[in-house]
Design a protein around this ligand. Structure first.
Ligand code: PGA
Length: 248
């Protein structure tokens, strides 16, 4: 694992004109150009983003993928092969918003992970506890259960993103001690389950902003960031990329 990876998760935001302006500005930003970076627009705009990103250092990511790996009668679904076909390198899987609003469970997520790696995509598997689980001191057990799904991915290329649910979109960032504690725990758990964890990046996500990125990236256990709100603003995202580059 070398350098920090910064992925912008646009969530359900964007329009043709706004995406064009954002990607143009990202391509012109020196800090973004110098970083390892990806953006994850909504499905509807992946083709547009792929065309606008052509020839740049910015990779394309999708926010979700179907668990069905063969083409067919699955209305509304988007397969991993389609994501690879339009130029995606990464795909988010198991984001807490998917778990919460779409009741995605571990059996489904295991299928999505398999479908993604089979199509040559790099899954970015999201884990993280709710506030109640943190307060009950159950967060490590919850994360261990979420990580167990990765058992079948030994030897494959994937990324883990630790996103405490209570820190997503709330402005409440986890402390560096809390982040380091969980990141070390994730590494140890992956080591136990796969026998190796050094090459696996663990990103932090949850209210990462320009003004807290330096502190977060100063942790050796942090392999990068999954950025929501701040990824829609070029200046903020550029400064986060700059912080990522500084700590390489
Ligand atoms: P946030 O979202 O940066 O807006 O907190 C992070 C995420 O959900 O990936």
């Amino acid at each position: 694992m070398t350098g920090k990876l910064v992925i912008g998760n646009w969530k359900m935001n964007g329009r043709l004109a706004a995406n064009l302006a954002l990607i143009d500005a990202l391509r012109a930003d020196a800090a973004v150009q110098a970083a390892q970076v990806a953006v994850a627009p909504p499905f509807a705009y992946l083709g547009q983003a792929a065309a606008l990103l052509a020839g740049s250092n910015i990779a394309l990511a999708a926010q979700d993928v179907s668990a069905f790996d063969k083409d067919g009668a699955y209305t509304g679904e988007v397969s991993a092969a389609m994501l690879a076909d339009v130029g995606c390198r990464y795909v988010l899987i198991g984001h807490s918003e998917r778990r919460q609003y779409f009741a995605e469970d571990h059996a489904l997520l295991a299928r999505k992970l398999q479908a993604a790696v089979a199509a040559g995509l790099i899954p970015v598997y999201c884990v993280g506890e709710t506030l109640a689980e943190r307060e009950a001191d159950a967060y490590k057990a919850v994360i261990a259960e979420q990580l167990a799904v990765l058992g079948a991915l030994a030897g494959r290329d994937y990324v883990v993103a630790y996103e405490p649910v209570w820190a997503i979109g709330t402005g409440k960032v986890a402390s560096v001690e809390q982040i380091d504690d969980v990141h070390q725990y994730i590494r140890a758990t992956l080591l136990q389950c796969h026998g190796a964890s050094d090459s696996i990046r663990v990103l932090y996500g949850g209210s990462v902003k320009a003004d807290n990125a330096d502190a977060i990236f100063s942790l050796q256990s942090v392999g990068g960031a999954l950025v929501g709100g701040a990824s829609l603003d070029v200046e903020s995202f550029g400064r986060i990329c700059q912080a990522a580059k500084k700590t390489v």
